[in-house]
Write a protein that binds this ligand. Structure first.
Ligand code: B12
Ligand code: SF4
Length: 533
């Protein structure tokens, strides 16, 4: 339970300005965290950590048009995980997708440090948050983390950012906080880019080691988002809790940044540790947000036994690759027994060529087999497909026929998008029609289309018209979903199937930021690409 600290209306510590001859350690020690004298610790001594007030912020979605905000608004698990790693501090989470009162919270909570997260689509809103925080008080230390800044840190190298955390934040933030509050030196914090006393951004040499067991992670602080819990949903499930039981993926799909972010490494929690997470959630439904939950059949078997052994009455959905399902169909059966009802599968395409084009390392027949296995077990298939902007009308037809033929009851169609840091981004950089990140929501074609653009969106939207809601209403009858869950899903599908909605933020037909307004990341990528030619 968080208690409000007494608010002392005075600066925390002066901000570094170019040419200033002090460092973070001294600033913190002179601030209101405690002893105003600079610390004099012997080399190698780990100084005692003084409690800090830390505010972690999920910025608002800023997706072109309507985007995926209709499909899911899960809890900010990333921030809860980070908060879990800071047990000695007073941490709060502000979810600006739900609550916009940043200023009043800053005023009331008086944080020493603000941490902001950002996916690519959230870059502008995250930058706005950083600016608003510094506008409120230059003395608040700001750090940004997450996928975008890990893969393109240049975009956050602005005066309002004090530090950029690279990669998994639980290995960076506690050390950063310890350094700030106990007189350490930011130069020793691993995986950190920070603004030095001259105002320049410095990338630390020290990086996090590869040996990091997920079992050592503290439980996510779900209590910090209790006030938002009823608003969180994932597809048809509301309320919902997210659990991430593994990190990374061994495959190398060209559109995906997961293997880039995790450096190709994959780690998993043990079944026992996953159970600890499951026991700690307070919703009946859990979405496993792992990229391939059924990757390790031994663990998933053990976990299913543990869940059954405790007699838990829960429902689960998960993401899984078709090849994992085909390798262990018995696992699906076992999980259905304990509450699995929906699986999101990255099927990606209707032809072998389509799978090869995105480097999926999988076969169409394997997808077909997995579909049959899931169907035989009564599992709802959320089939995710990628639409290539270079498709002809015939290609759209092929996909439509495949979905129809395989009777895939629920579908997610996205446009092949060169997301920052991916192989596709490196290969297709010169084809990008815009650097406006709000268009990178995978619902807009940021590269040229073969069909006239309006026709492309007509075909794209048309794909969404096909969804059969029948199986969902069956679940309502079975008491597994509410009628409101179904209505929400229908509203989403109705919106996605209107082609006009996509035009607003189309890079050619809509209103988007011009290339001249590119953030520094795109400019740097442009320079790299020009040098390579
Ligand atoms: C669940 C999920 C979603 C959820 C919500 C995720 C969210 N953060 O809001 C939903 C379904 C809504 C969603 C939507 C989208 N998603 Co998504 N999603 C995921 C998924 C599968 C899991 C994310 C997760 O919870 N991981 C577990 C947590 C613990 O890890 P984490 O979020 O990475 O956080 C860690 C670090 O990033 C870091 N960190 C994060 N924030 C901060 C902040 C600070 C201060 C610090 C210090 C550190 C830090 O520390 C955390 C702990 O280690 C990932 C794939 C993946 N494996 O990451 C894709 C992924 C994040 N999604 C992606 C994409 C493209 C999208 C969409 C644009 C479109 C789409 N087709 O899905 C939309 C955009 C939504 C939006 N907000 O605008 C990409 C993002 C790439 C990028 N460059 O941004 C990913 C990586 C998948 C991919 N194929 O590349 N997504
Ligand atoms: S799309 Fe899925 S299988 Fe492919 S690399 Fe990304 S996480 Fe792995």
């Amino acid at each position: 339970m968080i208690t409000l600290n007494v608010i002392v209306p005075q600066p925390i510590w002066p901000l570094a300005r170019p040419g200033q001859a002090d460092d973070w350690c001294e600033r913190v020690n002179r601030g209101r965290l405690g002893d105003p004298r600079p610390s004099r610790q012997p080399a190698g001594h780990r100084a005692e950590t003084k409690p800090m007030r830390i505010l972690l912020i999920q910025p608002d979605y800023q997706i072109a048009g309507f985007g995926f905000r209709l499909a899911a608004m899960p809890e900010p698990l990333h921030l809860e995980v980070l908060a879990g790693g800071l047990p000695d501090h007073d941490v709060r989470i502000l979810d600006m997708r739900i609550e916009a009162n940043l200023m009043s919270l800053l005023e009331q909570f008086q944080p020493h440090l603000v941490g902001v997260t950002a996916l690519t689509t959230e870059v502008y809103t995250a930058r706005d948050v950083l600016m608003a925080v510094k506008n409120y008080s230059e003395e608040i230390f700001t750090v940004v983390g997450g996928h975008h800044c890990t893969l393109m840190p240049e975009d956050f190298q602005i005066p309002q950012t004090d530090a950029i955390a690279i990669g998994e934040g639980e290995f960076v933030l506690p050390e950063l906080v310890a350094a700030l509050s106990a007189g350490g030196n930011l130069a020793k914090v691993p995986n950190l880019i920070w603004r030095n006393r001259d105002g320049r951004f410095v990338r630390n040499n020290r990086s996090v080691g590869a040996e990091r067991s997920m079992d050592n992670l503290a439980l996510p602080r779900r209590d910090l988002v209790t006030q938002y819990r009823q608003d969180y949903f994932f597809l048809f499930d509301k309320p919902d809790s997210s659990v991430a039981a593994s990190r990374g993926c061994p495959y190398k799909c060209n559109f995906c940044s997961v293997h880039e972010f995790y450096g190709g490494r994959t780690r998993q929690m043990s079944a026992g540790r996953v159970m600890d997470e499951i026991r700690a959630v307070d919703t009946r439904h859990i979405t496993f947000v792992d990229d391939n939950f059924l990757m390790n059949h031994r663990r998933e078997n053990e976990l299913a036994d543990l869940i059954r052994g405790e007699g838990m009455d829960m429902s689960f959905s998960m993401e899984a690759r078709s090849d994992s399902i085909v390798r262990h169909p018995e696992l699906v059966e076992k999980w259905v027994d304990i509450g699995l009802y929906a699986v999101l599968m990255g099927l990606e395409g209707a032809t072998e060529q389509a799978l090869a084009n995105v480097n999926k390392s999988n076969m169409l027949e394997t997808n077909n087999q997995a579909i049959r296995i899931l169907k035989a077990n009564g599992v709802i298939i959320w089939g995710a497909f990628i639409v290539d902007p270079m498709w002809s009308a015939e290609d759209f037809k092929k996909l439509q026929d495949y979905v129809h033929q395989m009777e895939i009851t629920h579908t997610q169609f996205t446009v092949l998008t060169p997301l920052v840091g991916t192989q596709l981004y490196r290969e297709r950089f010169n084809d990008l029609l815009t650097y406006d990140y709000t268009c990178y929501d995978t619902l807009h074609a940021v590269t040229p289309t073969r069909l006239p653009r309006t026709d492309f969106y007509k075909h794209f939207a048309n794909l969404y018209k096909q969804t059969d809601l029948g199986p969902y209403y069956d679940l309502v009858r079975a008491g597994k979903l509410t009628i409101e869950d179904c209505r929400r899903g229908k509203r989403m599908l109705d919106a996605m199937s209107h082609w006009e909605y996509y035009l607003d933020k189309d890079p050619v037909l809509g209103t988007v930021r011009s290339k001249a307004e590119a953030l520094p990341g795109a400019v740097a990528a442009y320079q790299r690409s020009a040098r390579a030619q």
